[in-house]
Design a protein around this ligand. Structure first.
Ligand SMILES: Cc1cc2nc3c(=O)[nH]c(=O)nc-3n(C[C@H](O)[C@H](O)[C@H](O)COP(=O)(O)OP(=O)(O)OC[C@H]3O[C@@H](n4cnc5c(N)ncnc54)[C@H](O)[C@@H]3O)c2cc1C
Length: 372
């Protein structure tokens, strides 16, 4: 690895993701059907070094660009969307805790992450998961400098595997973020009987007088810090869209009508494939633009991440829907993958920030409406 030039190094990580993704695709349907955590996939991602690749080289990472990070999320999602979702959430939680904690705590989390411990985001409160930056669950001071949290966070992807959680709470009415190690005060409630992304097992977590340690509280967030979830979520949806698009082309070429010609000769399928292709290409270009801005350290990523997410979420639903129509009746069953793509594609628009929230933000920005 050390002899590789930079573009070759970035390509190396993409190639690893492509290779693993092909393997993940073989079990994606079973993981969905059984709503099982993709433990083997997550272990492979760790063993091949992808978990730490985004960290800078001085921390023992590979120092990959955001462009490569997004591409990795895309490739994993193409093979297994649940794996990609957990991996994005886990990596983001670990990267945040390593980057934003005080030096001693940061070093501790870094060593844990390098050893393969799992980190998860426990940020979505039952009142509104979209308002995760302004939590309403108030932590109480314990008198020794720490706080205690009684509350719950919902939809924590990969919760059952997690050793550490990134948790938010309100302290004197202001948002605060902590790293919390799993202990007996952290209770997992099985709620994940979900429509799609079933392998994420995004459960509800109860915090019962859980200690929020002052030493594990985030310091100041640098203003142009990039958020891996905001950068990765469009690519999660695009991976699903790409999987559906690839599958529909295979289906159209393989299925013959009574005249002996394959479905690729049907005119409406040609028209709609062209539309799907152009939309998918446009969505990828916008998501790529987002990553280029992130690599340049731009603050524009806040609004562009929402633009990219709106389009990617929509395109994923549309391409999966086209797959369902091209597949016909068989696509309504589990014999073809389109029903899974269609269910999985719904998640992107619900995940924070929801498509609606993104549209509100972008609309206000475009119309120059400022909140009073
Ligand atoms: C597959 C999956 C994995 C997830 N993984 C994680 C995870 O690992 N960690 C984690 O913390 N969370 C996770 N989440 C939660 C996710 O990020 C969102 O927080 C959650 O789906 C949305 O929250 P909610 O259900 O409370 O909806 P709400 O926030 O209550 O929203 C409900 C509706 O109201 C709308 N709405 C809400 N607020 C406003 C507003 N101010 N203005 C206009 N409209 C508004 C929304 O658009 C939506 O239509 C996951 C969710 C999914 C589906």
């Amino acid at each position: 690895m050390s002899t590789l030039t930079s573009p070759e190094k970035e390509q190396y990580w993409i190639d690893v993701a492509v290779e693993l993704s092909a393997q993940f695709a073989l079990t994606a349907a079973e993981i969905d059907r059984k709503a099982e955590l993709p433990k083997d996939n997550l272990r492979l991602l760790f063993e091949r070094g992808l978990d730490t690749a985004i960290l800078p080289e001085e921390k023992g990472g590979a120092g990959i660009s955001y462009a490569t990070f997004g591409r990795i999320v895309f490739e994993i999602a193409r093979g297994c969307s649940s794996t990609a979702c957990i991996w994005l959430m886990n990596t983001s939680a670990a990267e945040s805790l390593i980057t934003l904690s005080n030096p001693d705590t940061s070093e501790f989390y870094l060593q844990q992450w390098k050893q393969g411990k799992r980190f998860a985001n426990a940020l979505s409160e039952p009142t509104s998961g979209n308002l995760f930056l302004t939590p309403v669950q108030e932590a109480k001071p314990l008198g020794d400098g720490d706080w205690s949290l009684d509350g719950a966070k919902r939809f924590v992807s990969g919760a059952e595997l997690a050793d550490f959680f990134l948790v938010n709470a309100s302290i004197d009415g202001a948002p605060a973020f902590f790293g919390v190690e799993r202990d007996e005060t952290v209770e997992i409630h099985e709620i994940w009987d979900a429509l799609g992304m079933r392998g994420t097992r995004s459960q509800l977590i109860g915090f019962n007088q859980t200690r929020l340690k002052a030493a594990n509280r985030f310091g100041q967030v640098v203003s142009n810090r990039q958020n891996l979830i905001a950068l990765g979520l469009p690519w999660l949806s695009l991976g699903i869209a790409q999987a559906a698009y690839d599958a529909l082309k295979v289906q159209a070429a393989g299925k013959k009508l009574s005249d002996g010609k394959p479905l690729t000769h049907v005119q409406w399928i040609q028209y709609e494939t062209a539309e799907a292709h152009v939309k998918l290409k446009a969505a990828k270009l916008l998501a790529q633009h987002l990553l280029e801005l992130a690599d340049a350290g731009s603050e524009q990523t806040i609004v562009v991440s929402m633009e990219a997410k709106i389009l990617a979420n929509q395109v994923a639903k549309e391409v999966a829907d086209l797959g369902l129509r091209v597949g016909g009746g068989l696509a309504f069953t589990r014999s073809l993958p389109f029903e899974r793509h269609l269910r999985d594609a719904q998640a992107g628009g619900l995940m924070a920030y929801s498509s609606e929230m993104c549209k509100l933000f972008v609309g206000k920005f475009e119309l120059n409406v400022r909140d009073e």
